[in-house]
Structures are given as C-alpha cells and as structure tokens.
Design a protein around this ligand. Structure first.
Ligand SMILES: Nc1ncnc2c1ncn2[C@@H]1O[C@H](COP(=O)(O)OP(=O)(O)OP(=O)(O)O)[C@@H](O)[C@H]1O
Length: 240
C-alpha cells in the first residue's frame, strides 16, 4: 500500500479581516505533500506562501476547506489534537529566536524539553549530536551573542530537528545566511528526509537552494500556478 501523505490540503481558502475589509488571500488550494520529501513554496511577495505554510502547520486556524496533517483534520480540530500534532512538528523561521542567555546546547535542549520526554543524559547527548551534525561541535557552550548569523541559524535548526519531528515547516530559513550556510541548512533538511523520512515544507525566495528541492510549488495571488517535481540532485549525506 502506498504510504499516506503527511499533508493533504483540499479546497483550501483563507480570508483576512471582517466586514468590508474581508479579503481572500488563498483560493482553492489543493496539494498533497509526499512523505520524506523537501517541498518548496515559492512566489512573489504577498502571494500567500506564509499563509499556506501556517495553515498547514497549525499556526493559523483552517476555516474554509480542509487540511489533513498526519491523519488529523485541522478544520475543527480540538486543542488536544493540536497539542498532540505540534509535538510531531518542527519549525524554523528566518529569525532564529534563540534565547540569548542560554548556550547553544541549552537552546537545543529547549527543543526537547517542550516535548517533556527522555532522560537528561540522553537529551544532552542528542543535543550535542545534532549540533555536531550541523558543524557546531566546537561551539556547544557558546552564547548566541558570540556566534555568527549562520551559526545561530544552525543552532535554531538543531533545536527544531533534535526532537525528530515528522514534519518540518520552515519559513525563509536561509534568508539571513550566506550561500554556504544556507546550503548546509537545506542539505541537512534534505538528508533527514532520506534518512528518517522527515517531510519538509519550506517557503523561500532563495534561488541558491532550489536545486535541492524535490518539488517546487509556485503561488501567485493566493493560487497555485505551477507545480514541478525535480529529480533528486546528488547530495553529500551527513552521517546520522
Ligand atoms: N494578518 C493578516 N491580516 C491581513 N492580511 C494579511 C495578513 N497576513 C497576510 N495577509 C495578506 O494575505 C496575502 C498573502 O500574504 P502572505 O504573507 O501569505 O504572502 P507571502 O507570499 O508569504 O509574502 P512574503 O513573501 O512577502 O512573506 C497578502 O495580500 C497579505 O497582505
């Protein structure tokens, strides 16, 4: 049997504002996202990329149409269902949102502790392992203030990935990074798809990393106007 899609949006519409100010931002979006793949949402500013991402990622309520995320319908889901779902998700944003008073390791541990599971020794080992995979083995005890922009973003990525989420939602994760750091981050996401079947949906304007995407969906004025599958590019896999 074919593996179920982790995300299925059907007849998805979204409106902002009320009364005369009510404006439709998303129009009849129908998307089925494949497991273990890196899917990119592109399009001009204001085309609805972030709105679609946040609707799929339980960060915005679905009112009109359907999103099934990991088998749960989001339109009308209960708070308990959202809590259970969010435990299986990872988020990466353009602004890294690290705690400035915590070290790199402590920031990554936050990604595990919000899930409230695991023994402390194993959690510490997992945090160190994830930071090492992202090339930060010699920065474990640094405060964010002493890290470069690229290093901070990699700490944020480690924090999102350390809990081994099933789906990762990333909004412009490479926007503030130089080419090499941006590529490292996206290669890591792609490697996770191959190694752990993690599904990533990523909004980006960054043409430098598009070749790594398995699929590129283009939005314009709230509608899907282009949807292209790409054959896998060669990737230097990071050791798990
Ligand atoms: N909170 C909001 N209130 C009212 N309108 C909004 C809100 N958020 C987004 N919009 C509108 O919805 C449309 C889609 O916005 P969205 O942020 O999803 O686009 P985007 O493609 O992610 O843009 P960008 O690349 O600039 O981030 C735009 O017309 C925007 O002005």
């Amino acid at each position: 049997m074919a593996e179920t899609s982790p995300i299925i949006a059907s007849g998805l519409n979204h409106f902002f504002g009320t009364g005369e100010a009510r404006k439709q931002a998303i129009w009849d979006v129908n998307l089925e996202i494949a497991p273990g793949k890196l899917t990119v949402l592109m399009g001009p500013s204001g085309s609805g990329k972030t709105t679609v991402l946040t609707l799929m990622g339980c960060l915005r309520e679905v009112h009109d149409g359907s999103v099934r995320l990991l088998g749960t319908e989001l339109n009308g889901a209960t708070e308990a269902q959202f809590v259970a779902l969010r435990r299986q998700l990872g988020f990466i944003f353009q602004a890294h949102n690290l705690h400035e008073s915590l070290t790199a390791t402590q920031n990554v541990l936050m990604g595990l502790q919000v899930h409230g599971r695991g023994d402390p020794g194993k959690q510490l080992a997992a945090a160190h392992h994830m930071l090492s995979l992202l090339g930060l083995a010699d920065r474990l005890d640094y405060l964010p203030g002493n890290l470069s922009g690229g290093q901070k973003q990699r700490v944020a990525v480690a924090r999102a990935l350390v809990s081994n989420p099933k789906v990762i939602f990333a909004d412009e994760p490479t926007a503030a990074l130089d080419k090499e750091s941006g590529r490292t981050v996206v290669e890591m996401l792609k490697a996770l798809g191959i190694q752990r079947n993690t599904t990533t949906v990523m909004v980006t304007h960054d043409n430098r990393i598009l070749e790594l995407a398995d699929r590129i969906i283009t939005l314009e004025e709230g509608r899907v106007v282009k949807d292209v599958m790409q054959s896998s590019s060669p990737l230097q896999l990071v050791e798990p």
